[in-house]
Design a protein around this ligand. Structure first.
Ligand code: AMP
Ligand code: MG
Length: 475
């Protein structure tokens, strides 16, 4: 099998090699066949049951746990690392090189007090969210396999242990740089930087020394800005934006107590242990910039201050241009003009005042047909404000543009997002031994823009019990 091991071979001192601890009585819950095909991976269901539970390794794999550090909720933690996941190897296939990372693979030297395991609940949530985000077009890690087991894992109660194979072009986090920089090992820091540029930022590799490093940092800031544009446009709250959960590639990474917004609440906090709201939805852009500043500081031994400052200035324009592009499509606007920002703000103000459903509001706007304005306004308590907004909105279009609007909007406004209550239903069924709902949701969320009668219920806003579910951050 074409596994390569560039991380192992080129970054000595950045990991510990070790084998996974097998999970007992593994049962394959989902195998992501489209991803398997995309990556050109071999193996049938029984192979992936074995490989996806650490009961065996695909030929050519050589597992290792990576070391990194991080700022968790603003506090510095000098040594973290893969406490329960292992990089099995880098798969070189038709889609390029991808890390296969087994999460829930048992204890490692970086486990601290943890058991090295993941529970079924959190692996279902990570599997579904990463594939749902990918289907929307948002940069993210992917999920290849989800395997459950009979092994009890202790959290608040005993729960079934499970494992997930995560796929990403790299698992390098901001925290990798912080580990070597603040640990004082600047030779390793240089090695890591050169590795990242060589493998993941080929567009800057050919620049003269100095410029190359500066442009690398600038690109990370841009990519992170674009990622935040996606999150804010699609109402995705990550929940744990610690620097050890921030990917150097600007992809969504490490899914904890995340949420897709139901009602539009800008200050929504999805992690109930985040009492101060550090990672509230509307603070995500600020926090991402704070995290980039941490990365910039970690690069300070190799980069002049001016280059770090310059790189950071790339974040906001990248975020805004991505956000505007996505919101222009979500509103179906023919162009982004001076009028568009205030128009969008007015809509968001209307939604926030009534905590109207974020996703459904855009679907309803997409489906708005001529003569149905009154019905659209009926969804709001303040019908006069809604009517006023709708008039302003209509003024943005010529008659021909108004007709063309729906096509753009249907490709930008999902019929279904992974609402927490939908994940919760699938998890409850899975804990009764029935995985059919997990599989249904996987199918439905990976085709988010198509209308399917059998999945109509997935578009519904949450029932009362499903609002503000407290998602445990234990995982
Ligand atoms: P997370 O909150 O999942 O981003 O994890 C933060 C850190 O704790 C990482 O270094 C993880 O590897 C580690 N960790 C989380 N859960 C466990 C566990 N059950 N056993 C060992 N390490 C863990
Ligand atoms: Mg993490």
């Amino acid at each position: 099998m074409p596994f390569v091991h560039s991380y192992r071979d080129q970054l000595p001192g950045s990991y510990t090699r070790l084998a996974p601890t097998p999970l007992a009585e593994p049962q394959l819950v989902v195998l992501n066949r489209p991803l398997l095909a995309e990556l050109g991976l071999p193996g049938d269901e029984s192979d992936w049951t074995v490989w996806g539970s650490g009961n065996g390794l695909p030929a050519g794999a050589d597992p290792l746990a990576q070391v990194y550090a991080g700022h968790q909720f603003g506090g510095w933690v000098p040594r973290l690392g893969d406490g329960r996941g292992l990089l099995l190897g880098e798969w070189q296939g038709p889609a390029g090189r991808h890390d296969l990372h087994l999460k829930g693979a048992g204890q490692t030297p970086y486990s601290r007090f943890g058991d090295g395991r993941a529970v079924l609940r959190s692996t279902i949530r990570e599997f579904l969210a990463s594939e749902a985000l990918h289907a929307l077009g948002c940069p993210t890690s992917r999920a290849l396999t989800l395997v459950s087991s009979s092994e009890p894992v202790r959290r608040e109660t005993f729960e079934p242990g499970a494992a997930l194979i995560r796929v990403a072009e790299s698992h390098i986090r901001f925290g990798h740089f912080e580990y070597f920089s603040h640990g004082g090992d600047h030779r390793q820091l240089r090695q890591l930087l050169d590795y990242c540029i060589g493998h993941h930022f080929p567009e800057v590799a050919g620049l003269p020394a100095g410029e190359r490093e500066a442009q690398f940092f600038r690109r990370v800031c841009e990519r992170t800005g674009e990622l935040l544009g996606w999150w804010q446009a699609y109402g995705f709250a990550h929940g744990v934006m610690n620097t050890d959960n921030m990917s150097i590639l600007g992809i969504t990474f490490d899914f904890g107590p995340y949420a897709f917004l139901d009602g539009y609440e800008p200050g929504f906090i999805c992690n109930h242990s985040d009492s101060g709201g550090r990672y509230a939805f509307h603070r995500q852009p600020t926090i991402a910039l704070w995290n980039l500043q941490c990365l910039g500081l970690a690069l300070a031994p190799l980069l002049p201050e001016a280059a770090i400052r310059d790189g950071l200035t790339a974040f906001e324009p990248a975020l805004l241009s991505c956000y505007r592009r996505l919101m222009q499509a979500r509103l179906g606007l023919p162009a982004w003009t001076d009028e568009s920002g205030p128009l969008l703000s007015a809509l968001l103000g209307l939604l926030a005042a009534e905590q109207a459903d974020y996703s459904l509001s855009f679907s309803r706007l997409t489906q708005l047909t001529d003569g149905a304005d009154a019905r659209w306004c009926d969804e709001f308590v303040d019908r006069a404000a809604a009517r006023q907004w709708l008039q302003r909105y209509r003024q943005q279009f010529t008659a021909a543009e108004w007709q063309a609007r729906q096509v753009t909007m249907m490709a930008a406004n999902p019929e279904r997002v992974l609402r927490n209550y939908l994940a919760e239903i699938a998890i409850r069924r899975a804990y009764e031994g029935d995985f059919s709902e997990v599989r249904q949701l996987f199918a439905a969320l990976t085709q988010p823009f198509t209308v399917h009668q059998e999945w109509a219920a997935y578009s519904e806003p949450p029932p009362d019990w499903g609002r503000h579910l407290e998602i445990s951050c234990s995982s």
